[in-house]
Design a protein around this ligand. Structure first.
Ligand code: ATP
Length: 633
């Protein structure tokens, strides 16, 4: 589309709206320069037209250049639902991401062309402030309810009092017809929750919180049945009718859904081959000789028409068809309406402000993580179950350990198993903690809703209470059933503290694994690779001279070494145990600590593990921060 061909049409209604806008005070209209006020943030009467011109997307790999988008131009108008369709691999998602400002030239990817809203290049403004992007995947916390998901998002995105947030959320729940499921948990593949359509509506609702002027969606109806898909499309139409500019890709719409589209962009092999009113598309292709049978869904017909069997070896017939479609399109003059560019001149040079301070972010994220760790079985039920089952098993094995000679071996055994469990279980559970939330973290961090440090600190602290409680229960059951320290109550709390510190060290290893491996499966597989060396090279579970020289240093940073040491020092100090089987009082007294070659004091072994906790957590934070920086790019 030539820019020159775009004329300014000021319809009567636009004029009336402009006049009413003009009658408002400057502060009311100019929401852009005053973002930190209360609702509503955007004035709906502000209309935004998105125009993209001559967009090319080229991948240059090893002297080979692949052109994915071949200089496409077009426009999306306020008050309309624009749907992008095309064959698989046509470049729909690529174009959508460029329009949303989510793709930039980087490395082998070269992007050219301009995307502008009302004459302002989106590169010159904080586009995310005016637009919202709904991803194809539903990125939500499965443990939160619909209402909670919207409320936390509202608090993270906008300033305002609790009452204002509640009011805004209730309105969205009502508008999106989610009242019936407002207090139902989102759920996931493994735990039943909302239906696919309801989940999609929650995702859209979350993006509507900031009242964006442009709503961009990637395949919002994927995986939904035709009835549910129609509900979602109706919702998008409602949003468009409120004055928003709505752009979406849609895969296989039913004829009912297709008939609802306002405008249609059809793509084939990186070209736009139709752009205009959806209800005129059938006629357009008919004129070109591609007649859609009367009873056939036009969307199905177009998909068949645009289908390319093998992109690398396009057949002569397909080439001919593509040539006709591309050349016919370039000679058409797609309808052109444009909003007066002066209307949003104030969009330029907009400086985005985070809606909340670090402390506010921390408080909101802490509350959200707290609910998640209470409801997520990995951090809640599973942790308690693990702790109690292992405690019972140890009790059955070491019950009433006594103070005889053989109890030394048993004590070493029970303390060793506890050491292993403490580090390994702590690490295993928390290695899944980040991956389960990373998609949401990436999305929100990309939107600039909070800093990595606020998220990290809030999450680490929120996950502690379950750990503290479950380890306390475990310690309580084991200590008294086994008869550790000959039932000396004063030493119970040191025993518990040593176990807890060890578990917290383990969670540090888990966080590092989770921050390095971004999916639950890869984190689960990688976790033992990180834990076992700490165990194997701790210097106590294999003779030091067996450990390869290159790995001997590992013992000095092994939480297992200091954890086991602390448990043993607490156990054997002041406990008189005979060195051989003998019943008399003058049996030689043993010093198991000497046999174990423990030369640190109790305080030192605690201190070293506390240092390890701090260092591991800093490493995990840095890894997460690096990932977040990469995602933002
Ligand atoms: N970074 C990239 N590296 C290599 N190829 C890419 C890259 N990005 C996109 N492509 C290729 O560009 C083409 C268009 O991709 P895009 O995801 O935009 O297609 P689409 O029309 O959305 O397809 P679908 O409907 O199947 O999702 C595809 O062949 C894809 O493999």
């Amino acid at each position: 589309m030539e820019k020159a061909s775009i004329s300014i049409i000021n319809s009567q209604s636009d004029q009336i709206e402009k006049e009413s806008l003009n009658s408002k005070s400057e502060s009311e209209i100019n929401y852009v320069t005053e973002p930190a006020t209360s609702v509503p943030k955007h004035d709906h009467r502000t209309k935004v037209q998105l125009i993209w011109e001559n967009i090319t997307y080229v991948i240059e790999k090893r002297n080979e250049s692949t052109q994915i988008l071949k200089g496409v131009s077009g426009q999306a108008n306020p008050g309309e639902l624009l749907v992008i369709m095309g064959n698989s691999g046509a470049g729909k998602t690529t174009l959508l991401n460029i329009l949303a400002g989510r793709l930039k030239s980087l490395g082998e990817i070269k992007i050219n062309g301009t995307v502008a809203i009302n004459g302002t290049n989106i590169k010159d403004i904080n586009f995310g402030y005016y637009s919202a992007y709904v991803t194809q995947e539903d990125i939500l916390l499965p443990t939160l309810t619909t209402r909670e998901s919207l409320l936390f998002s509202s608090k993270l995105r906008l300033p305002g009092t609790h009452e204002e947030h509640v009011q805004r959320v209730e309105k969205i729940i009502e508008d999106l017809k989610l009242t019936r499921v407002a207090d139902n948990v989102i759920g996931s593949v493994t735990s039943k929750g909302l239906s696919g359509g309801e989940r999609k509506r929650v995702c859209i609702g979350i993006e509507l919180i900031t009242e964006p002027l442009i709503l961009i969606l990637d395949e919002p109806t994927s995986g939904l049945d035709s009835f549910t898909a129609e509900i979602v499309v109706d919702l998008l139409l409602e949003q468009a009718r409120k004055g928003r500019t709505v752009i979406t890709t849609i895969h296989q719409p039913s004829s009912g859904v297709f008939s609802k589209f306002d405008r249609l962009v059809l793509m084939c092999e990186g070209n736009i081959i139709y752009q205009g009113r959806a209800n005129e598309s059938r006629k357009y292709f008919g004129k070109l000789g591609f007649k859609c049978p009367k009873l056939m869904n036009p969307a199905d017909y177009f998909m068949r028409l645009l289908h390319v069997v093998d992109r690398k070896n396009i057949s002569e017939d397909e080439k001919e068809k593509l040539k006709i479609l591309v050349s016919a399109y370039s000679t058409t003059d797609p309808e052109s309406e444009i909003i007066d560019p002066s209307e949003l001149e104030h969009l330029a040079n907009k400086i985005f402000k985070r809606p909340s301070t670090q402390m506010e972010q921390f408080k909101i994220l802490f509350k959200r993580s707290n609910i998640n760790s209470r409801r997520n079985p990995i951090f809640g039920r599973v942790k308690y179950m693990q702790a109690i089952v292992m405690a019972v098993l140890l009790d059955l094995t070491y019950n009433n350990i006594g103070t005889g000679y053989s109890s030394i071996q048993d004590r070493n055994g029970v303390l060793f198993v506890l050491t292993m469990m403490g580090g390994a279980f702590g690490s295993q559970n928390s290695s899944l903690s980040f991956p389960s939330e990373l998609p949401l973290f990436f999305k929100e961090t990309k939107q600039g809703l909070y800093s990595t440090i606020s998220y990290y600190v809030a999450k680490s602290i929120a996950e502690l209470p379950n750990l503290v409680m479950s380890i306390f229960l475990q310690a309580l059951i084991i200590y008294w059933a086994v008869g550790l320290n000959n039932y000396d109550a004063s030493k119970f709390f040191i025993f518990y503290a040593a176990l807890l510190v060890l578990n917290v060290c383990g969670t540090g290893i888990g966080y590092i694994v989770g921050a390095l491996f971004h999916t639950e499966t890869s984190a689960m597989i990688a976790e033992p690779i990180f834990v076992i060396p700490f165990l194997l090279f701790a210097g106590q579970f294999a003779n030091v001279d067996r450990i390869p020289i290159a790995f001997r240093w590992v013992q000095y940073i092994s939480p297992f070494k200091y954890g086991f040491e602390a448990l043993c020092i607490n156990e054997y100090t002041d406990l008189n145990l005979p060195c051989q089987n003998c019943d008399s009082d003058d049996c030689t007294k043993c010093d198991p600590l000497d046999d174990l070659a423990f030369y640190d004091s109790l305080g030192e072994s605690f201190l070293y593990n506390i240092i390890i906790i701090i260092v591991f957590r800093i490493i995990a934070y840095l890894l997460l921060w690096i990932t977040a920086v990469r995602v933002k790019r």
